[in-house]
Ligand binder design. Structure first.
Ligand SMILES: Nc1nc2c(c(=O)[nH]1)N[C@H]1C(S)=C(S)[C@@H](COP(=O)(O)OP(=O)(O)OC[C@H]3O[C@@H](n4cnc5c(=O)[nH]c(N)nc54)[C@H](O)[C@@H]3O)O[C@H]1N2
Ligand SMILES: Nc1nc2c(c(=O)[nH]1)N[C@H]1C(S)=C(S)[C@@H](COP(=O)(O)OP(=O)(O)OC[C@H]3O[C@@H](n4cnc5c(=O)[nH]c(N)nc54)[C@H](O)[C@@H]3O)O[C@H]1N2
Ligand SMILES: [Mo]
Length: 673
């Protein structure tokens, strides 16, 4: 007899949408997924990637058993072993490393491949208890923009995206909604049906820019100047909201008198490459809108001046008093709202003393250069640093170290797993229970497991607890079940989570929490905190001192998330891989012409860090002087060299310790095939 069930679950990926999914399971197989029509933000549809979830879950490339390395590091040669043998070997090796080098010679972490509150956070408890070095994760993504945003606005949660329907002017600043936040698009369209305008500021003509009423393409890294130019116009023309500024901001006079006079539309035009008339239009239109909604993306912060860029753009709503107006406000991410009792899962109290911290963005260098002690054992979960971290030259050399004992827990044999000594098979979120919160909306949802684990795959929670037990760790967190851990994460949680019990979330489907209505109590035009942290307290645009001089022939690299991929997490889905195509660079016709590069030809991108051989697409979607690359393809998708991050250095941004993918310059030349 055929059994079929429909189960309500959640998309676990690192994406602002956090969709509610209705999964159809037939005879123990996931056969279909659909967007939950009862969750207003998901709105009954899924993105093109997650629609293919059955192919990811049942991919022929899924890891089904633990593996032990048999060939050279990186070659991907392994033999299956039992869980018992794998766990025994790991515990013995870790104990040897710790005895010989001390506990900080071990570095273990889980990153954001699974956004579940339990499965993402519990892994930290193990490494805290072991006294291991700690990874400051997320510097590869959002720590720089988060720092800039907080300097400007404090920790107030951002505007609810569902309120955008009441806006009359939607400004998407370095945010490519159609690709990275597609469930906001119908809400933007609803506002447009009622007369709102959509304006996009992005150096690339993205899918979102193509749908916009107006698209402005400033040079990469010039947003600070552009935002100051808009403020210049607002101040000069008396459109700034004096009452709001007086009531809820600090430092306006200093900004207005010391900074803004220098950011005339003409001066800003010279920096951004936009016509002065466009800067005038942007400033005036933003100021005259009834309820402007600002959607700020993270990509615009991934360069040397990225923190200042986000900090400055985040000031705009206060200048015009947009906060609190229905339809107005600003959204970077809603993370601040989720005040879970994270420490009940992460358990920093299990550390005997605060241990060494390692920046995710410099992981490769640290694997090679750290001493006293060196990192001798590495555990990577829910992350593919051999593709997605900057400075792949060092990352590869670090992972290739013969004396480094590496364990990777993943559902697929990723580029990172190929360097592992032991690979452990991970469940997908369809095979585990968890609690999810969205970082781009205000929904919370419990997810029950939809399927039995595929093969011998196991969850992050199971693995953490097995290792803890074998290492003699007795704390109850290492025996608690998922329900108890969800309970712990909600206990004492304040803010929007206050009063929510596990019983209330389990089986309840999506829950919308109370989104903040009013915006930040204070906007800091002048920031004492920045001064204390050794940063310029007033916004100021600065040229990148490492930018090569004009005429050097180098192109600036712009790295964009893949439309048909989620970093590398869908590499096991053949149809999506075909859709993403080979690793590709987009060159402007002028740049391609000057170099004798033709559309569809092979091109070598190179700099002092490394090289990547890719297909070329010639298009004016990118600015002259900028070469755009999409997604995070695996090394095997390159004609030679790669991945893209082999071109990127591990230089850090101005604040938040973040990666600077966009502060990369390369030469481009035709390649013989
Ligand atoms: N399909 C898909 N969706 C994803 C992901 C994915 O890999 N694939 N990744 C997810 C993750 S982890 C994240 S963090 C989010 C990120 O999603 P977003 O926050 O939207 O950030 P990005 O898409 O990286 O960058 C947004 C835009 O910023 C532009 N940009 C880059 N530099 C500048 C600049 O200097 N100035 C301006 N104005 N714009 C600039 C880029 O051209 C890009 O179009 O997306 C999530 N969603
Ligand atoms: N050049 C350049 N580089 C970038 C970016 C860029 O814009 N440009 N974007 C950056 C950003 S925003 C981010 S967030 C990072 C993302 O970087 P990564 O975290 O490396 O992203 P993924 O490739 O999605 O890798 C996540 C891995 O987690 C695995 N996984 C999923 N669920 C589970 C689970 O439950 N358990 C375990 N153990 N594993 C699981 C997936 O199979 C996948 O291999 O990349 C950064 N790198
Ligand atoms: Mo990210």
């Amino acid at each position: 007899m055929v059994t079929e069930a429909r189960v309500r679950t959640v998309c676990p990926h690192d994406c602002p949408d956090m969709c509610s999914i209705i999964a159809t399971v037939r005879d123990g197989r996931l056969v279909a997924v659909a967007g939950d029509p009862d969750q207003p933000f998901t709105n009954g549809f899924l993105c093109g990637k997650v629609r293919r979830y059955p192919e990811r879950v049942h991919s022929p490339h899924r890891l089904l058993t633990p593996l032990r390395r048999t060939g050279p590091k990186g070659a991907g040669q392994f033999t299956p072993i039992s869980w018992d043998a794998a766990l025994t070997e790991i515990t013995e090796r870790w104990q040897q490393v710790q005895a010989a080098y001390g506990p900080e010679a071990l570095l273990g972490y889980a990153y954001s491949g699974n956004q579940g509150i339990v499965n993402r956070n519990i892994v930290r408890a193990l490494f805290h208890a072991l006294g291991a070095s700690r990874l400051i994760a997320g510097t590869v993504c959002d720590t720089t923009c988060a720092a800039g945003w907080t300097y400007a606005l404090g920790n107030t949660p951002d505007t609810d995206p569902e309120t955008v329907v009441d806006s009359d002017f939607i400004l998407c600043w370095g945010a490519n909604l159609v690709t990275t936040n597609v469930h906001m698009v119908p809400l933007v369209d609803a506002a447009r049906d009622r007369g709102a305008q959509l304006v996009v500021i992005d150096p690339y003509r993205t899918r979102t820019a193509r749908r916009a009423d107006r698209h402005f393409a400033p040079r990469i890294g010039t947003d600070t100047a552009l935002a100051l130019g808009m403020m210049h116009v607002l101040a000069r023309d008396g459109i700034a909201d004096a009452a709001f500024i007086a009531a809820r901001t600090t430092g306006w006079e200093r900004l207005r008198d010391e900074v803004l006079p220098r950011y005339t539309p003409e001066a800003v035009a010279a920096i951004t490459g936009l016509p002065a008339a466009d800067i005038e239009w942007l400033g005036r239109r933003y100021g005259e809108a009834r309820a402007p909604f600002l959607r700020v993306g993270m990509g615009m912060s991934r360069h040397w001046g990225g923190g200042m860029a986000t900090r400055t753009v985040a000031l705009l709503p206060a200048v015009v008093g947009a906060w609190g107006k229905p339809g107005g406000g600003a959204l970077l991410h809603t993370s601040e709202a989720w005040t879970f009792n994270f420490n009940a899962l992460r358990r920093p109290d299990l550390m005997a003393r605060p241990t060494r911290e390692i920046n995710h963005s410099t992981l490769g260098r640290d694997l090679l250069e750290l001493r006293d002690p060196p990192v001798m054992a590495l555990y990577v979960s829910s992350n593919n640093p051999a593709v997605t971290c900057p400075d792949q030259r060092r990352m590869t050399a670090g992972l290739a170290r013969e004396d480094l004992f590496t364990v990777v827990h993943d559902s697929f044999l990723t580029d990172t797993a190929r360097f592992a000594d032991i690979v452990l098979p991970a469940t997908t979120a369809m095979e585990s229970e968890d609690l999810f919160r969205s970082y781009g909306s205000y929904y919370l949802q419990h997810s029950a497991p939809v399927l039995e684990p595929i093969g011998e795959a196991r969850s992050n929670l199971w693995l953490t607890q097995q290792l803890a037990r074998r290492l003699g760790l007795a704390d109850p967190v290492f025996t608690a079940d998922t329900g108890m851990l969800i309970d712990a994460a909600l206990t004492g949680a304040g803010g929007v989570l206050a009063g929510l019990s596990p019983a209330a979330v389990r089986g309840a489907g999506p829950i919308k929490v109370n989104a903040p209505q009013d915006g930040p109590p204070v906007t800091f035009f002048f920031s004492e905190q920045m001064a204390r942290d050794g940063l310029p307290p007033l916004p100021e645009w600065q040229p990148d001192p490492q930018e090569p001089p004009a005429g050097s022939g180098q192109l600036r690299l712009l790295t964009l998330p893949g439309h048909a991929q989620h970093h590398s997490a869908f590499a096991g889905v053949a149809a999506l891989r075909r859709r993403a195509g080979p690793a590709t660079a987009v060159l402007h016709p002028d740049d391609a012409g000057q170099r004798g590069i033709r559309d569809g030809g092979a091109v070598l991108l190179a700099n002092a860090n490394g090289e990547a051989g890719v297909r070329c697409r010639v298009s004016d979607e990118t600015l002259p002087g900028t070469v755009a690359v999409e997604g995070s393809p695996s090394r095997e998708d390159f004609l030679c060299g790669g991945p893209f991050n082999v071109l990127v250095s591990d230089r850090l941004a101005d604040m938040g310790g973040g990666a600077t993918y966009q502060s990369t310059w390369v030469t481009a030349a035709p390649m013989s095939e």
